[in-house]
Design a protein around this ligand. Sequence first.
Ligand code: HEC
Ligand code: HEC
Length: 154
Amino acid sequence: MRLPSVLLAGAALLLAGTVVSGQAPAGQGAGRGPAPTPQNLQVLPKDMTFQQVIGVMQQFNAALGVTCVHCHQFVGPNDPGNDFASDAKPAKNVARRMMEMLRGINPTVQRAVAPKAADQVVGVNCMMCHRGSAIPQLPPPPARGAGPGAPPAK
Ligand code: HEC
Ligand code: HEC
């Protein structure tokens, strides 16, 4: 995995120490009592646990090639300035709109390939466009080798 393990471990620790019960991603925080629910979910289901939310967040990190701090007010492990519910960073709201975009696209994809069963359809996800960049980029096309339409070799 290309995940920034130092920051991830820090974030997981932070959450484990304060809010996450059960097994946090870094294996911390077991048996700390009931977890309060996330406070500011506007697109994801509001009843998701922190652990489930973090699973989605790790996919965002990987797809965009960023760390949590790209979208969140995260200063450091256990820093009182940390605030994952805050919407202060514009990228967080961009991500919400991107999630909504996928909710629009994927039923269209499903209809386009009907009658393929829903669980057989390859849905669109963040990685498909972002491929590890916050601003999606495609690599330049490969240099043309010999092939159909190539100039004759000398
Ligand atoms: C690409 C942007 C992005 C990245 C990167 C990201 N998040 Fe998020 N995060 C969001 C968005 C958007 C929401 C709110 C989702 C919603 O409104 O349903 C959110 C919500 C959360 C919440 C819930 C806060 C609450 O109380 O409502 C937590 C906790 C969280 N993220 C932690 C993390 C951690 C830890 C990481 C790094 C592993 C991370 N996020 C990386 C965009 C991001
Ligand atoms: C259809 C392609 C596509 C998909 C799928 C997609 N994005 Fe994007 N996203 C873009 C493009 C293109 C941009 C850059 C727009 C620009 O020029 O600023 C972008 C920009 C962003 C940005 C702002 C980055 C920055 O630092 O300015 C965030 C955050 C983001 N996307 C999150 C997500 C997340 C999270 C998902 C999955 C839920 C997702 N995107 C899925 C195409 C996509």
